[in-house]
Design a protein around this ligand. Structure first.
Ligand SMILES: Cc1ncc(COP(=O)(O)O)c(C=O)c1O
Length: 433
């Protein structure tokens, strides 16, 4: 049942929401959140929900971490937008350069989408070529240039690799010419696609844990070698993995260093920010002093804004505390193991995946290696579980269960109890399979 305040949303916002992906499409919001604190969200009607969505994975420190709130307040009182570089922006970039293996320099933007857009422009400028190889199922933001063959499109409309399938009406057909689609974890096919594109290939972009699906051993290393052999930059889209798997992101975690990386989400603890980090050789193109014809355009009114940068710097300082990544990984690994046990107890064949703090699963007896095999799993069941979890005060929960530094024993218990109760309810109503 929707609260009166929540039902008003549909009068002014399309679908009563902020995005075209919703828990219950067409139903509008059931409730509104008034605030968040730590691992929890609170509705305007006084209900408390455990947050396992965490701002699409942005809130590694949970909601309103005191250090972040303090930094944001302090900076908001000093001003946000100066059309000039500020102390927090330098501080943030310095920490990123210290922690992120591929980073000699950093350009701050406002979102993960923007970071990816700029990374693509850079690799096209550097190589003078146009086609970007991306993996099927990977999401790199909502820009026209890469919104192809993601898992937000129409899975019933597969095209033969490497042909891309636009995920939305309104994407100019010409954009497809710049994109090649390869199957995740299939190095041989990826090599063939790169070889066929030959002199047109501008770069390869990888989401290191592709929509929660971990890479097979050696795959990322193989893609790294492939990019080097082809003489094109490798981009890691670390919007999801950055600062979550390790301080230096997936590149530190896996020991595979790309030429460029895009960041967002976790970098700002929920404040809008994105960043491109990369080698001096590539990043010098963003220097206003670089020669005409080489200089790559990058400008945004709010890029490097001081409040988001201060939130980012405070976040990275907190993430440098000892034990943070051990805690995040231990939580994720324990949750993955406990969920698997639970699913098996309910006779649900399942393929557990993800990496460390990123917890994902697919209901299938088969091994899931790529996007197409993931689609053979029971996705409707995941949605039903998500609905049941929300009824039990877990926000999210139908897949990719997020956690933060604020998630501990109590939150693990709540999650597992809610999952067990959700599975029991579905079994009782005959909706479990
Ligand atoms: C891997 C990846 N890249 C890019 C994006 C886009 O980032 P943003 O939503 O900040 O534009 C996302 C967002 O979900 C993402 O997960």
């Amino acid at each position: 049942m929707s609260s009166p305040e929540a039902s008003k949303a549909a009068d002014y916002l399309p679908g009563g929401t902020y995005a075209t992906i919703a828990f219950d499409p067409g139903a509008g919001p059931e409730f509104l959140f008034s605030h968040g604190a730590g691992a929890y969200l609170y509705t305007t009607c006084g209900r408390r929900l455990l947050d396992v969505m965490l701002g699409h994975g942005s809130l590694i420190l949970g909601h309103c971490h005191p250090a972040v709130v303090e930094a944001v307040k302090r900076q908001a009182e000093l001003g946000n937008t100066f059309t000039h570089v500020t102390r927090p922006a330098i501080e943030l970039a310095e920490m990123m350069v210290e922690d992120v293996p591929c980073a000699d320099k950093v350009r701050l933007v406002n979102s993960g989408t923007e970071a990816v857009m700029l990374a693509l422009r850079l690799v096209r400028a550097v190589t003078g070529r146009e086609r970007i190889l991306k993996f099927e199922g990977a999401y790199h933001g909502f820009a026209d240039g890469l919104l192809f063959s993601t898992n937000y499109g129409r899975p019933d409309r597969w095209r033969e690799h490497p042909l891309p399938d636009a995920d939305s009406p309104g994407i100019p057909s010409g954009q497809a010419d710049g994109v090649l689609i390869a199957p995740w974890n299939d190095l041989e096919r990826t090599r063939e696609i790169a070889a066929d594109a030959a002199a047109d290939l501008a770069g390869i972009i990888v989401e290191p844990v592709m929509r929660g699906l971990a890479s097979s051993p050696g795959f990322l290393e193989g893609v790294r070698s492939l990019a080097s052999e082809r003489g094109v930059p490798l981009i890691f889209d670390e919007v999801g993995t950055g600062f979550r798997l390790a301080r230096g992101g997936a590149q530190e975690y896996y020991g595979v260093t790309p030429d460029l990386a895009a960041f967002g989400k976790g970098l700002g603890s929920g404040y809008p920010i994105g960043a491109v980090a990369g080698s001096n050789e590539i990043m010098r193109r963003l220097d206003p002093g670089s020669p005409d014809g080489e200089r790559v355009f990058s400008l945004g009114s709010f890029h490097g804004n001081a409040v988001s940068a201060a939130a980012g710097a405070a976040t990275l300082r907190e993430l440098r505390r000892p034990g943070v990544y051990e805690h995040l990984a231990a939580y994720g690994n324990k949750l993955r193991g406990s969920l698997e046990e639970l699913f098996l107890r309910f006779d649900l064949p399942v393929h557990m995946t993800g990496e460390a703090n990123i917890v994902e699963w697919f209901f299938t007896a088969d091994t899931v290696t790529d996007y197409r095999s993931s689609l053979r799993s029971n996705r409707a069941l995941k949605e039903r579980i998500g609905r049941e979890m929300r009824r039990r005060d877990i926000f999210g929960g139908g897949g990719r269960l997020g956690s933060s530094t604020e998630h501990g024993k109590a939150e693990m218990r709540l999650t597992l109890d809610a999952m067990e109760a959700s599975l029991s309810a579905l079994r009782d109503s005959g909706e479990l399979h």
